[in-house]
Design a protein around this ligand. Structure first.
Ligand code: PLP
Length: 425
């Protein structure tokens, strides 16, 4: 197989005609498929339908003896639910807090509280410290970026390696006291899919940050979302930071959005005892408590940590073939041509593709014209601007397996066509 960069102009022209004909044939099929959003598919949601009839009509008293239908109870949330997730995240139950239906909403609140009040009772509010910044591995998650953009927090991009963020770049930037936070998706990062190595995590835990109120925003969204055998999540951050003398550095977030129901699941927060006290103190001014019935429902349904593992295996059985379908199409259509490189994640929700520079937007447009909606090129970069115009995020979860097969073929051909056009100049 000859690489595009090694082909003569005649060979490229010949290839262009060939690929264009294949592309036109796909376009003629007038497809209408969506591979844009990392949403669970319907079959996955069906796995949790038992939740719709829980708790049972006579079941509303929690383990602590509270009436789940009423105000009151532990502000940390139901212990029976916290106990399910504490061993999974390897956090003491006392340091786990249940918080509403969305982990992003908790991240948002934490940022706003840090801006208005500071990250501890004695810290200066971030908004009184001039222009501040967050580090963000790129490509990354646009909703993380957008939160910072919304509140005037600068984003400093950090390149991603197969082992996580480039730590030399991180260690360089945290010497600047303006840098108050860093976005981290340590297990099956969105969209690049890697698991951060022990070395990366130890360095994040131990590095010297100029800002004493620097925090790692540890988004464990995909901590149990494995697609392969013997997978395990990234090393745990709380003990690593505690061992390095920085116990208050990490703030952990996760949810059941991609375990049970998205936006009708449970969001979680965990951190050091001091950070948990700070969090609860801020949260008590926000309202009179969380939805205890939803917590009870989830505790009854998931039962224990083993219940979560068994449930995630059912998700895997649905998701893994969709990921394989995309990877097989890419292998068949793109391997050895130098048109793109792509990730082969062992978990999470995304495949990240890097086309040759300057071809991503065109490829996404071509796919769109052929009826395949993809996430806009560049959306994995702050302000939607990918300086190389090369990254495309593929989310194979939502469409049916048959549709993913068809879409993957169309996407691969669109990427190839865009790359050949770009190579011809
Ligand atoms: N964090 C990451 C990294 C995600 O990819 C997503 C969803 O795509 C979320 C958080 C969403 O979390 P939640 O539904 O709990 O707000």
């Amino acid at each position: 197989m000859m690489r595009l960069a090694e082909m003569s102009a005649d060979e490229l022209q010949q290839m262009l005609r060939h690929v264009r004909a294949e592309y036109d044939a796909i376009r003629a099929r007038k497809l209408k498929l969506n591979i844009a959003r990392g949403r669970p598919g319907e079959e996955q949601l069906d796995l949790s339908n038992e939740l719709l009839s829980l708790p049972k009509p006579d079941d509303w008293i929690t383990e602590a003896g509270d009436d789940a239908r009423n105000y009151g109870g532990d502000p940390k949330g139901l212990v029976e639910l916290r106990r399910i997730f504490a061993p999974i995240l390897d956090v003491p139950v006392e340091q786990v807090v249940v918080g509403g239906n969305s982990s992003l909403a908790i991240m948002h609140d934490v940022i706003v509280w840090a801006l208005l009040k500071g990250v501890t009772a004695i810290a200066t509010p971030w908004m009184k410290q001039g222009r501040i910044a967050f580090l963000s591995p790129v490509p990354g998650y646009e909703l993380h970026h957008n939160m910072c953009i919304e509140y005037g927090i600068d984003l400093i991009p950090v390149p991603v390696t197969p082992k996580g963020p480039d730590m030399k770049v991180v260690e360089h930037h945290v010497r600047d006291p303006r840098v108050k936070g860093m976005w981290c998706v340590p297990t099956y990062a969105n969209p690049t899919g890697e698991i951060w190595s022990d070395e990366v995590i130890d360095r994040l835990a131990a590095m010297e940050a100029a800002a004493t109120d620097f925090r790692l925003f540890w988004d464990d969204a995909y901590v149990v979302h494995h697609l392969a055998d013997n997978s395990k999540p990234a090393k745990r951050i709380l003990p690593a930071c505690a061992a390095a003398g920085n116990a208050d550095r990490p703030l952990m977030f996760w949810s059941t959005s991609k375990i049970t129901f998205a936006t009708a699941g449970i969001g979680f927060f965990a951190a050091s005892p001091a950070n948990v006290r700070w969090f609860l103190d801020c949260a008590k001014r926000r309202g009179a408590g969380q939805d205890k019935l939803n917590q009870l429902r989830h505790a009854r349904f998931l039962k224990d940590a083993g219940g979560v593992t068994r449930h995630m295996k059912r998700h895997r059985a649905i998701l893994a073939p969709k990921f394989s379908a995309v990877l097989q199409a890419f292998e068949r259509r793109l391997a050895g041509k130098g048109a793109a490189v792509w990730t082969r994640p062992e978990g999470g929700y995304f495949i990240s593709v890097d086309t040759i520079a300057g071809a991503a937007q065109r490829a996404v447009r071509l796919a769109g014209d052929a009826g395949i909606s993809l996430t806009a090129a560049g959306s994995t970069f702050p302000n939607g601007h990918d300086p190389k115009d090369s990254n495309i995020r593929i989310a194979p979860s939502f469409a049916s397996l048959e549709d993913v097969r068809i879409a993957a073929e169309a996407i691969a051909i669109s990427i190839l066509l865009a790359a050949v056009e770009k190579q011809l100049g």
